[in-house]
Design a protein around this ligand. Structure first.
Ligand SMILES: [Zn+2]
Length: 313
């Protein structure tokens, strides 16, 4: 009897053990798949970070001619005057770096840079000439009839959210109490040479600077998948709104690259306007999602004012 009992016991034990190993194996398998899945996602999400090189970004910016306009939009634009669509002459000045470039041999950075002294002279010139500085959303508010457009409107826009925006530009904006719009790459905050989250919060809370979005990873938005474009455009808005606690309604295309799809996604994401790198100062409902901008470079004083007063850019 005792022998039989023990045999029974052992017979019962074996299947129990099998279940155990099967269950354990299944759980381990699921965990392994989960780990692989998370690892793959992490790899994908950081690929952009790893491939981003500020140097390459600068070179690309300099070598690019403004994105050619999709034919359909070009046609619409030509019809602007015939259709009597209201056009506003509003210069939107575009800046990248405003700093004393430490490496004098860094020709690329220098060519994208306006030194802080010159930048201050530009602001002084514009203030003395009676220009009114608007944020990008104030411009669209005017276009929507929500506020009158001031006599001599002008916009200052800064791309990429570089650290020098906080250290060099922001103090000058505060000194002259002038407004500006900064287009920030949400996924690059706290990176070397980029603004930190707390600096961004301070800038956004100043009441002088509107924070606009510039995608999550500074991607080329032309001819890319809808999924990728949607993530880059929607998510940058969500992240920046969470950090600043303010609505983010203005957008800038990295490298000035866009197509019909990019415009549609920017609209769908809830942005009220987008800036391009195409030169000009005629803004209208037609180019509301590819507003024209101007690079003032190192122009100051009367040279700057004459340049702004020309009719063709
Ligand atoms: Zn950029």
């Amino acid at each position: 009897m005792p022998a039989l009992r023990s045999r029974k016991k052992s017979r019962l034990k074996i299947p129990k053990l099998d279940y155990f190993w099967v269950a354990a194996g299944a759980i381990l398998g699921v965990l392994l798949l989960e780990a692989l899945y998370l690892g793959y996602n992490y790899y994908q999400s950081t690929k952009e970070y790893r491939s981003f090189s500020e140097k390459n970004n600068q070179k690309k910016l300099l070598s690019l001619s403004p994105a050619p306009l999709p034919a359909k939009l070009q046609q619409q634009l030509q019809q602007t005057k015939e259709n009597k669509i209201t056009e506003y002459r509003v210069p939107i000045l575009m800046f990248h770096y405003v700093e004393n470039v430490a490496d004098k041999g860094d020709k690329t950075r220098i060519s994208l840079n306006v030194n802080p002294y010159t930048f201050e002279q530009e602001i002084k010139t514009l203030v003395a000439a009676g220009y009114t500085f608007l944020t990008n959303s104030q411009l669209t508010d005017s276009m929507d009839g929500k506020m009158p457009l001031p006599e001599k409107p002008i916009l200052l826009t800064f791309d990429d959210g570089y650290q020098d925006f906080y250290t060099d530009v922001f103090p000058i904006l505060k000194k002259y109490k002038v407004k500006a719009t900064a287009y920030v790459i949400s996924g690059f905050l706290n990176f070397n040479n980029e603004m930190t989250t707390s600096e961004l919060k301070e800038v956004a809370a100043s009441g002088l600077v509107e924070i606009g979005a510039h995608t999550v990873h500074h991607v080329w938005l032309k001819k890319i998948s809808l999924t990728k474009a949607s993530f880059e455009i929607f998510q940058s808005r969500v992240t920046l709104q969470q950090i600043t606690g303010q609505p983010v309604v203005s957008f800038a295309y990295p490298y000035g690259a866009f197509d019909d799809q990019a415009i549609q996604v920017v609209k769908d994401a809830g942005f009220s306007s987008a800036v391009s790198t195409m030169p000009g100062d005629d803004q209208s409902a037609i180019n509301r999602y590819f507003l024209f901008r101007l690079r003032p470079g190192g122009r100051t004083g009367q040279v700057l004012l004459n340049w702004l007063n020309q009719t063709k850019f």
